[in-house]
Design a binder for this molecule. Structure first.
Ligand SMILES: NC(=O)C1=CN([C@@H]2O[C@H](COP(=O)(O)OP(=O)(O)OC[C@H]3O[C@@H](n4cnc5c(N)ncnc54)[C@H](O)[C@@H]3O)[C@@H](O)[C@H]2O)C=CC1
Ligand SMILES: CC(=O)C(=O)O
Ligand SMILES: [Mg+2]
Length: 555
């Protein structure tokens, strides 16, 4: 029964809206105007003082997941304060709000759940897509960016169903902290198509659709409807796709990439940041790009996305497309991929080897990573397999025996999936390997040299790519824009000291992102896809960056 006449000390609406809430930073006049008289402790603090308190409270949390949950609660309470703290401590907090802690938050989503953030679209109610976006009351000019995930392949931890909303939330937080994308103009979306994760299906607290993943025609129709609806409602929005499974990520991009402003981060963003690391490393090795030999271990969305961009870079350096393609080898669960295999994915086919060419390569049942390394002698060994420890000592030693300065990139996330730790790679290669990882890793000391480990995580490139695309009003994200982003990142690296990082430090992410955004906007104009030509792109990027400050009028 509903109680009547109960005095409900309801929280005033302005304190409940994270975009308008300034908490105890509301001054007396604002408190008066907003009907908050007597509803806040008497003192008025500055944003800096609030940020200091938050940072103190954060240090008191017991562990990284607790810090993530604490920060998400702040995110839901006061968005300006959240971004202030995140921006001020970006290098320290990136691993908390994003990779790798975000993986734990996603696994724990239904249990740690406090309140919803984003839009949840169910494959069982495709007719509600427009209605769900309608609840936001945003017009066609109001949205710059939508990040969606169907959560089939979250980082390297697999299918996490509805918890995948948090990867969209985390990616957006970095867009704002690094590129100043206005948090009022973005939407996180969960495409809840079910899950094949039986642990979730049998968890009474699971918050998503309690059935297996829907595939085939119904899935495809749902994606098509999502694209049609979002691009009709928000015609200027960049549609970012994150952590789809290998059967869908690439297929969606290829089917719709020419007609919609789609960006697949795992394919294109990862390709661009890894190309940036390789461009830096090539400056150290002295072996021209066109002569590199790339061995990919884990030929999924990320691995082949990277292979494509490195192949294209070889072509730009003078190789024919055929020559460049022949300098790439893919190893997956079946061993080295050969063209006679019946279970190849379409996007793997261009790189599958002729079985005659490799007939005597196998030392066992399949051509293993080690077999392939011994025969190919790759100059670049890339790990995007989710197979922890796969770059074992004998693999790293075999690469290092054949090549003076091998480029070794164990990129799988989170930490529990990484193919090798940089300290081991450096020790096993006698300090000769040029290493970057997908995760933040502290510097490694080896034989008197301090090695800074570059973070080849797409977070170092997608914020700038997104900002440049949005500012230019680019119709699509082109190959030229991806190359421009990679070159802009690589161009910021100083390799003059031994052990220097292959990528810019995360501490400089905001400045680095601005440089990338300028290059991308210019590339969009040069490629003929920009709706806007920016007279002064450097200033335009600075002007576009949202800052975490309270408006002076208190609005
Ligand atoms: N550093 C970065 O920015 C990024 C890193 N990644 C990481 O790359 C990894 C793969 O991600 P996606 O490509 O999106 O996944 P995916 O599922 O598309 O690809 C993974 C591939 O690895 C293969 N694989 C799995 N176990 C293997 C094993 N034991 N031996 C050989 N191959 C094996 C799978 O068959 C599949 O082809 C994940 O750990 C992810 O976190 C992904 C995107 C960005
Ligand atoms: C970084 C990222 O996008 C991934 O690991 O999937
Ligand atoms: Mg991803």
């Amino acid at each position: 029964m509903r109680a009547t006449n109960t005095p409900t000390p309801a929280i005033p609406a302005v304190l409940n809206d994270p975009m308008t809430n300034h908490g105890v930073a509301f001054n007396q006049a604002e408190r008066e105007a907003l009907g908050l008289t007597g509803r806040l402790p008497t003192a008025v603090l500055t944003l800096e003082q609030q940020a200091q308190r938050v940072y103190q409270q954060l240090q008191e949390q017991g562990g990284d997941l607790a810090k993530n949950v604490y920060l998400e609660q702040l995110h839901d309470r006061n968005e300006t304060l959240y971004y202030r703290v995140l921006t001020d401590h970006l290098a320290e907090l990136l691993p908390i709000v994003y990779d790798p802690t975000i993986g734990d938050a996603i696994e724990r989503y239904s249990h740690e759940y406090r309140r919803p953030r984003g839009i949840f679209l169910s494959i069982d109610a495709p007719q509600d897509i427009a209605k769900a976006f309608g609840t936001l009351r945003l017009g066609p000019e109001d949205v710059d960016l939508i990040v969606c995930s169907d959560a089939e392949e979250i980082l390297g931890i697999g299918d996490w169903g509805v918890g995948g909303i948090q990867i969209a939330v985390g990616k957006l937080a970095i867009y704002t902290a690094a590129a100043g994308i206005d948090p009022r103009r973005v939407i996180a979306v969960c495409l809840d198509v079910g899950t094949d994760n039986e642990g979730l299906l049998n968890d009474p607290l699971y918050l998503g659709n309690r059935h297996a993943r829907v595939r085939g025609a119904d899935y495809d129709a749902f994606i098509r409807q999502y694209l049609e609806t979002t691009s009709t409602l928000f015609p200027h929005a960049l549609l970012h796709f994150e952590d789809f499974g290998p059967g869908n990520a690439r297929r969606i991009l290829e089917t719709y990439g020419a007609d919609y402003r789609i960006f697949n981060d795992d394919v294109q963003g990862t390709g661009a940041i890894t190309l940036a690391a390789v461009l830096s490393a090539v400056r150290v090795t002295g072996i021209p790009m066109r002569e590199q030999k790339l061995l990919v271990f884990g030929a999924g969305s990320a691995g082949v996305g990277i292979a494509d961009q490195i192949r294209d870079a070889m072509v730009r350096d003078g190789a024919t497309r055929e020559q460049a393609t022949a300098r790439v080898w893919l190893v997956d669960k079946q061993g080295l991929l050969t063209s006679d295999m019946t279970d190849l994915r379409e996007f793997q086919r261009p790189y599958a080897r002729d079985p005659g060419e490799v007939a005597d390569w196998s030392s066992g049942e399949v051509i293993s990573l080690l077999d392939a390394v011994r025969r190919v002698a790759p100059t670049i060994l890339l790990g995007t397999s989710t197979a922890h420890g796969a770059f074992a000592q004998e693999v790293v030693q075999a690469v290092s025996e054949a090549v003076p300065r091998p480029i070794i990139l164990p990129l799988s996330n989170p930490t529990s999936r990484i193919e090798a730790m940089p300290a081991d790679v450096l020790a096993w290669s006698g300090g000769r390997a040029l290493v970057a990882t997908g995760l933040p890793i502290p510097p490694v000391e080896y034989a008197g040299v301090t090695y800074q480990i570059g973070q080849a995580n797409n977070a170092l490139v997608y914020p700038g790519l997104g900002l440049g695309t949005i500012l230019a009003g680019a119709r699509t994200v082109t190959g030229g824009m991806l190359i421009a982003a990679a070159e802009a990142v690589a161009g910021q690296v100083d390799l003059s000291t031994p052990g220097a990082s292959l990528l810019p430090p995360v501490e400089n992410l905001r400045a680095s992102t601005a440089i990338t955004a300028v290059a991308v906007a210019q590339a969009a104009a040069a490629e003929g896809v920009a709706a806007r030509r920016l007279a002064d792109p450097v200033q335009a990027v600075q002007d576009a960056m949202w800052q975490p400050v309270y408006p002076e009028d208190g609005a």
